[in-house]
Design a protein around this ligand. Structure first.
Ligand code: DON
Length: 595
């Protein structure tokens, strides 16, 4: 563990100090205010100190890990009052939509996996945004059929899919909630009225994106008052969001999918002067959360379970783990270039299958079982029996009872999205990744929240040389995702919950964290902080400023191109053992809090 771990300690310390200080700045004014809830400032300080020291937060009864201390605090208050993980999620998500508006919110979508302590069952819920019924296959093409530029498609109404987050919150609460729905919005609504302190991360992202945020009047008025980006430390009030939350609190998700909120969403999408979209009141009225079959893959006596199609998350993470399971990664350790050759090329092989086969299985026949069949993965894994990097990577031929002729797709993903992990006092476990896709989504703001640009997760092209692409846009379809909310079981009992933002690099972040925890015996905080090395399409992305950079030479000698860059994961994990141990990614502002 020479290179990676030695550098990790120094680097994690410097980043965590900065991150923790930022988070403390964001929290402390609130901790003293009447809307702060009941979590003691001392607990928050302890959580920040743990992150700073690079050690997990430990607790006996319950725990919540999310991307902003105020959201964590809201969830902790619900859990401390005896609420379930589903109740806490509603409170956390409502606050995240306010304090981390660039990443997730009512105008977005998400996937949730739930372990039920009483029944032992795992449930996955698909609250993904959906293509409007009027969205044709050429939505993101120029008149001549060529794909539009990515940001030409993102900004404005065109990219907005029917939001799923409010329905997902309601569905989870209906199934597993124990506290009255309405009260779960109080913390967020009060904070929206009173104002929250803008964090350094939010301020930096607003400044960076000012030109795009300026293109929609309501968005500009909120993030760029008088034309100037909101600054870190400023107090930002969002009474429109407070009003929307109180409508949701009073009337449930129907206050979002019908009535004046829905009418305003439709108007904002369709009346964009430069990029009008096609979302209708009908799209909102017919939106449904879909319960899906969890995808589980065995890895070294653990069952790694997560979200199947329309996410490629669990399938791709599962493929990587399945392919490397023949190799003794524990003996190699995290400093061995050979370990990263195996992980990197397994990931490239998984991405080849992802590009060819993975999409919304309600629209495209998908070899879901075939893709993670152990015999198929053993065959794919045999390709790794060589000295250097694979020269070329192609999709495999998983067993399937349909004739498959599909072309490889292309689709881009870029710093938003958020992950929430919660364990409640009854032992229920919730892992949810929530998004509005790009930072600030479509940049269209309605009633205090931003609308997603999730439709740009579809392939902009529909065919390649006459052969259809699985992830092409179709009316009513859900765009393929990489989000990988995960729960790991051992002997049928949950032992770990985790997930991350990061676009299609989510798959690499989650796979790496699982290997660090299972094979390399790291604790959750070490595992999430471990420097990233991610390979999707051949180039090895190495996390700048970390020990990962020192592996560049060895990886190049194996045949890889390497690219040193920031890798913005937001891994939030809880280990469930004799005690609960929480890990919060030092790259973002989140914390773990428990009791
Ligand atoms: O669903 C997906 O896979 C993407 N829309 C997630 C986007 C994301 O994670 C942005 N990254 N930091």
């Amino acid at each position: 563990m020479r290179y990676v771990m030695a550098a990790l300690a120094a680097w994690a310390m410097s980043v965590a100090v900065a991150g923790a200080q930022q988070a403390a700045d964001a929290v402390q004014p609130e901790a003293a205010s009447p809307v702060a809830g009941t979590a003691a400032p001392a607990d928050l300080r302890a959580a920040l100190a743990a992150k700073q020291a690079g050690v997990p937060v430990r607790a006996q009864n319950w725990m919540v890990v999310a991307a902003h201390p105020l959201a964590v605090q809201a969830g902790a208050d619900v859990l401390a009052a005896g609420g379930s993980a589903a109740d806490a999620m509603v409170a956390v998500q409502a606050v995240l939509g306010l304090v981390e508006p660039q990443s997730s919110g009512l105008g977005g979508g998400g996937f949730l996996i739930w372990y039920d302590a009483q029944s032992g069952a795992l449930t996955t819920l698909d609250g993904r945004e959906t293509a409007p019924l009027r969205a044709g296959p050429r939505l993101f093409q120029n008149d001549d059929g060529t794909p539009m530029g990515f940001f030409d498609a993102v900004v404005g109404g065109l990219s907005v899919g029917t939001p799923g987050t409010p329905a997902l919150m309601a569905d989870a609460h209906r199934r597993w909630g124990t506290r009255p729905w309405a009260g779960l919005f109080d913390a967020a609504a009060d904070l929206a009225d009173a104002g929250f302190v803008v964090s350094p991360r939010l301020a930096a992202l607003v400044a960076r994106d000012a030109d795009r945020l300026a293109r929609h009047a309501a968005t500009a008025a909120y993030f760029l008052p008088d034309g100037v980006p909101v600054a870190a430390g400023e107090r930002l009030r969002n009474p429109a969001y407070a009003d929307t939350l109180r409508r949701l609190a009073r009337a449930g998700a129907s206050a979002f999918y019908g009535g004046p909120v829905a009418a305003d969403i439709v108007r904002a999408v369709r009346e964009q002067s430069d990029n009008p979209g096609v979302l209708s009141a009908t799209d909102l009225a017919i939106y449904e959360v879909i319960e899906r079959e969890p995808v589980c893959v065995d890895y070294r006596a653990h069952a790694v379970c997560g979200m199947g199609p329309p996410s490629s998350g669990a399938l791709s993470v599962g493929q990587i783990l399945g392919m490397v399971s023949r190799f003794d990664l524990a003996a190699l350790g995290p400093d061995a270039p050979e370990a990263w050759r195996l992980i990197g090329d397994a990931s490239r092989l998984a991405f080849a299958d992802r590009g060819r086969y993975m999409a919304d299985s309600d629209y495209v026949p998908m070899p879901t079982r075939g893709l993670v069949d152990p015999v198929y993965l053993a065959g794919r894994s045999a390709l790794l029996d060589r000295a250097g990097a694979l020269e070329a990577v192609a999709p495999g031929a998983p067993a399937f009872d349909h004739a498959l002729r599909l072309a490889d797709d292309e689709s881009l993903e870029l710093p938003s999205t958020t992950h929430v992990s919660i364990v409640d006092a009854r032992g229920n476990v919730l892992s949810m990744t929530s998004t509005i896709e790009n930072a600030f989504g479509s940049r269209v703001m309605v009633r205090g929240f931003l609308l997603n640009n999730e439709l740009t997760d579809f392939s902009f092209r529909t065919h390649r040389e006459g052969v259809p692409i699985a992830n092409r846009l179709e009316p009513g379809k859900r765009p393929r995702s990489s989000m990988a909310p995960t729960i790991v079981l051992k002997d049928g009992a949950p032992v770990l919950a985790l997930g991350s933002p990061g676009g299609s690099r989510i798959i690499g972040y989650v796979a790496k964290t699982l290997i660090a925890w299972i094979d390399w015996g790291m604790d959750v905080q070490q595992a999430v902080a471990l420097p990233h090395l991610v390979n999707r399409f051949g180039t090895y992305d190495l996390e700048a400023g970390t020990g990962a950079a020192r592996l560049a030479g060895a990886l190049q000698a194996m045949g890889y191109q390497t690219d040193l860059r920031d890798l913005n994961s937001g891994l939030h994990a809880i280990e469930i053992g004799a005690v609960l141990s929480g890990g919060a990614d030092p790259r973002r502002e989140g914390i773990a809090l428990g009791d």
